[in-house]
Ligand binder design. Structure first.
Ligand SMILES: Cc1cc2nc3c(=O)[nH]c(=O)nc-3n(C[C@H](O)[C@H](O)[C@H](O)COP(=O)(O)OP(=O)(O)OC[C@H]3O[C@@H](n4cnc5c(N)ncnc54)[C@H](O)[C@@H]3O)c2cc1C
Length: 405
């Protein structure tokens, strides 16, 4: 705590209990922290990293150890990995993208590159930047009651933990919300991939848009050094993706081994609810159409972390921070709506027309513009910007990010 006051909630100050150690670790009942971050993947770790200089008691919890369970194909714009000091985790840089339809293939040289990375290493690198934050494995079950001092209780399988500032970075289910998001009715896509061995060749992130493979969705191959990540995503949660994933792997002469799948959201959700901050997939921060959610988890995680810092430093209170973060979230409605409209349009296009459009877009000038616009919706420069002094200034981050190209 370094002599700082507790977190001001508008209603009073909260004292923080020392970390339990040794045998006490078996139960977390009654544990208190200034900030409780639920979820230790891209979004949760990005929030914790932003609080590294705060001196606050930050507790991060996840049902698995940090980096234990890979949650994606792990492809992210290289610029973002570099901006966060995560370059060491890069396995293969991919400056190109190819798109294949039943009528042909196009190949684009992007104005920026993708990089595939090692999930465990990336998470550990992020965690090493989180300073004194503490980590515990615990499965989050639900949101509990609000304490008389305004602290929020989170119920886990190891007991109840409370904090005045709580973040749900638990992924698509949005566990701290009620009701949770549940397929098949919720606006969710589903993806499955296999991880066969690979010879390290290739310079492109390959995409297949073929209705015979998946009616509304796409297939991908992400070369990642010694392995390839080959998978299929469906925008329709009722469509099974195992068969097309196996078919795509076979077509590419690869073994269908090392399965990994999950749901991912394709609609922006509210960034706050019941006093809790939602970040990453729990707030629907995964882009529709592309299903890209790592960069946005970093981006919104940083924005959330900056709001929490303002509270911890006494420049804001929880209510103002929640309001500012929600404003920031809502300011991104348009690009998410555009991507969702394209997600509906593209699978409905006749293959020949789609190929013609992809060829037209393939002119370098248009590729640069379109992919530059896309990157700017969560630009890497955002990671470098100084933390704003008030919640309102965080909202300005969008303009700065958007103006960066
Ligand atoms: C097959 C597939 C491939 C993908 N490939 C890419 C890609 O290449 N690039 C890209 O940008 N996006 C990709 N995505 C999307 C991307 O995975 C997500 O958008 C991203 O992981 C969101 O990050 P997050 O931190 O919000 O959530 P997650 O990464 O899902 O992390 C949630 C964390 O919460 C923990 N957790 C969940 N429930 C509980 C609970 N009850 N108690 C405790 N802990 C819990 C989990 O263990 C996990 O650590 C892919 C998705 C899928 C399904």
């Amino acid at each position: 705590m370094g002599g700082r006051p507790g977190v001001f909630l508008g209603a009073g100050f909260v004292t923080v209990r020392a970390t339990s150690r040794g045998a006490q670790r078996t139960s977390l009942e009654g544990t208190r922290a200034e900030v409780l971050i639920c979820g230790a993947s891209f979004a949760g770790l990005a929030v914790a990293r932003e609080l590294a200089e705060s001196g606050a008691s930050v507790l991060v919890i996840d049902r698995y150890e940090i980096g234990e369970r890979q949650t994606s194909a792990c492809a992210c714009p290289t610029l973002w990995l570099e901006a966060l000091g995560l370059g060491q985790s890069i396995q293969q840089e991919l400056p190109y993208m190819s798109f294949t339809t039943p009528s042909g293939s196009v190949r684009y040289r992007l104005p920026w590159s993708w990089s595939s990375f090692d999930y465990r290493e990336l998470c550990q690198l992020l965690w090493s930047q989180c300073s004194d934050a503490r980590f515990e494995t615990a499965t989050v079950e639900a949101l509990g009651a609000r304490g008389a001092d305004g602290a929020i209780e989170v119920i886990t399988d190891r007991g109840s933990i409370s904090a005045p500032l709580v973040v749900d970075a638990l992924g698509w289910r949005r566990v701290l919300s009620s009701p949770h998001y549940q397929p098949p009715k919720a606006p969710l896509s589903r993806g499955l991939e296999v991880h066969p061995e690979h010879d390290g060749s290739g310079d492109a992130l390959d995409i297949w848009i073929e209705r015979s493979l998946v009616r509304r969705g796409y297939g991908w191959r992400v070369p990642a050094g010694g392995e390839a990540r080959i998978g299929v995503g469906s925008y329709a949660p009722t469509t099974h993706v195992k068969e097309p994933t196996v078919a795509l792997a076979e077509r590419l002469g690869s073994d269908a081994i090392g399965y990994q799948g999950n749901w991912f959201p394709h609609r922006l959700r509210s960034g706050t609810e019941s006093g809790v901050f939602f970040v990453g997939d729990s707030a629907g921060h995964c882009f529709p159409l592309s299903g890209e959610g790592i960069r946005t988890a970093f981006y919104f995680g940083i924005a959330c972390g900056r709001e929490l810092s303002a509270v911890l430093e006494g420049r804001s209170d929880r209510a103002s921070a929640l309001a500012a973060y929600e404003r920031f979230n809502k300011a991104h409605k348009r690009p998410f709506a555009i991507a969702l409209a394209l997600q509906r349009l593209i699978p409905a296009m006749p293959p020949r027309l789609l190929t013609a459009v992809l060829t037209l877009i393939g002119k370098q000038r248009i590729v640069d513009y379109a992919f530059g616009w896309y990157l700017n919706q969560a630009a890497p420069q955002f990671a470098d910007q100084l933390a704003p002094s008030t919640g309102a200034a965080v909202g300005d981050g969008l303009a700065l990010a958007g103006a960066s190209r």
